[in-house]
Write a new protein. Structure first.
Lengths: 218, 243
């Protein structure tokens, strides 16, 4: 077990978003949280990632376990993409220039590297959010609607890259409405309903609608 | 500590690119330009008064920077750190750097004026002791102002109007603390929570015989206060994280 959550509860603006969630994640496993907007997918993801704290409950991780995170949007800032990636490399204390070259090429960003991020479109900003999370060593990747606004080719490259990293032992937790990513990556799908995590279902390709429920995910 | 330095570089570049420092810098330059335009001046009272401006200046820069946060970008940096406290220490380092720059500008202007206008510009000779103590006075005042701004950020006080109001009120009360004590002695029981900037500035402005002998206790008090601000900020933000 690489990550475990016990009886996680969260109240937000007097509303109980999570009512005692128990969850565990194995090494190399990919799980998806699905559910209606505002059901607590992102909140649970952020609590598991340590970005937000739970009101009660416990998150247990292996010592030295490292994370990365793809948010659902990136802010417009004065950085160019390479400038921001320099900071990520600096935090990770790595030199990933070759990897970055490859990602810039495969995400079709080569012509936008000198443009400040405040002038980039939502989809392009999201590509920056994706690339920073792919850099460096990590044990768990947290993704919150990672594909918002991206083109199909980039989506496909992203899924391939994640599959490759997953084979090498990367665990993935995603909160998303995108059947494409769930079909490509998820080993288990959990539904969040009324603040409770409904038991993980082993995912079978092509059975997504049965598991996810057409109305609630797409 | 390397991670804290990496966060500091990120925060500093974000601040520089946002240009939020420009308006406070113009005000600081204008204040220094006017206050050091006509001599002869008393060194200690002019430096003491300038420390209040350094406090306000750094407070405004850091508060505006806090207001301009890139929440999700910050989160992607934050999650990569094995020791989450280094994220907040990196932000404190940014306040240190801004305070250092403000202190440098604050002390270089009177030194240049003294060089250009001759020793008669100040009523007493401008010694190295005044230079060092003045620099530290500006630095620690600015640092405290920056920490006030960090502590009154949007994550701890979600309502923006409330955050701005409390910040302005804290800054005003810190500066007028002495006058408030004279008029309403009861305020002493509450005002101890504010930075001891007035006490330090007043003590510095009224040096009669020995610079260090008369002020060291106030410098120590202010330094201890800033240290507590830093420890409290790192502790509370580590508890609070990104709500």
């Amino acid at each position: 077990m690489i990550l475990q959550a016990k009886n996680v509860k969260k109240v937000y603006k007097r509303k109980e978003i999570l009512k005692g969630v128990d969850f565990s994640l194995k090494k190399g496993e990919a799980v998806a949280f699905v559910g209606t907007n505002g059901c607590g997918k992102s909140t649970l993801l952020r609590i598991l990632a340590g970005i937000t704290t739970a009101d009660t409950g416990e998150i247990i991780t292996n010592p030295g376990c490292s994370y990365s995170f793809i948010p659902d949007r990136y802010e417009k800032s004065g950085f160019t993409i390479p400038e921001f990636m320099k900071h990520i490399q600096s935090v990770l204390q790595i030199d990933a220039s070759e990897q970055l070259e490859e990602y810039y090429k495969n995400f079709y960003l080569e012509n936008m590297l000198d443009t400040p991020m405040k002038q980039l479109s939502k989809g392009t900003l999201q590509k920056a959010a994706v690339i920073q999370a792919l850099l460096g060593e990590k044990d768990i990747l947290f993704m919150d609607e990672p594909l918002s606004g991206q083109d199909k080719k980039s989506e496909q490259f992203f899924a391939q890259e994640l599959k490759r990293q997953k084979k090498q032992g990367l665990s993935i937790i995603m909160a998303c409405h995108e059947p494409f990513l769930i079909e490509e990556l998820a080993d288990k799908v959990y539904q969040i309903k009324d603040g409770i995590l409904i038991d993980g279902t082993t995912y079978v390709t092509g059975k997504s609608e049965e598991t996810l429920g057409r109305d609630e995910t797409c | 500590m390397l991670s804290a330095y990496a966060v500091y570089k990120y925060e500093m570049q974000k601040l520089l690119k946002s240009r939020k420092w420009l308006t406070p810098l113009i005000f600081l330059a204008m204040y220094l330009g006017f206050s050091y335009s006509v001599g002869p001046l008393e060194i200690v009272s002019s430096l003491g008064l300038c420390s209040l401006v350094a406090f306000i200046g750094v407070l405004v820069v850091i508060f505006m920077c806090e207001d301009n946060r890139c929440q999700t970008m910050d989160q992607t940096i934050f999650i990569r750190l094995s020791n989450k406290k280094t994220y907040y220490l990196g932000r404190v380092l940014m306040v240190v750097a801004v305070s250092f720059i403000a202190a440098l500008i604050g002390i270089l202007v009177p030194i240049f004026q003294c060089i250009i206008n001759g020793p008669g510009f100040f009523t007493t000779p401008f010694t190295i002791g005044y230079g060092i103590s003045g620099f530290y006075l500006f630095f620690i005042s600015g640092f405290s102002g920056g920490m006030v701004a960090l502590l009154l950020n949007g994550r701890l006080i979600p309502k923006k109007e409330a955050s701005i109001s409390i910040c302005i009120l804290t800054a005003l009360l810190t500066i007028v603390k002495g006058g408030l004590h004279d008029k309403y002695p009861i305020t002493r029981f509450l005002s101890w929570i504010l930075p001891p900037l007035y006490d330090l500035s007043a003590a510095y402005s009224h040096i009669e015989v020995s610079l260090w002998k008369e002020t060291w206790i106030y410098f120590l008090w202010m330094t201890a206060y800033v240290f507590i601000q830093v420890v409290f900020y790192v502790w509370i933000m580590d508890k609070k994280r990104f709500e």
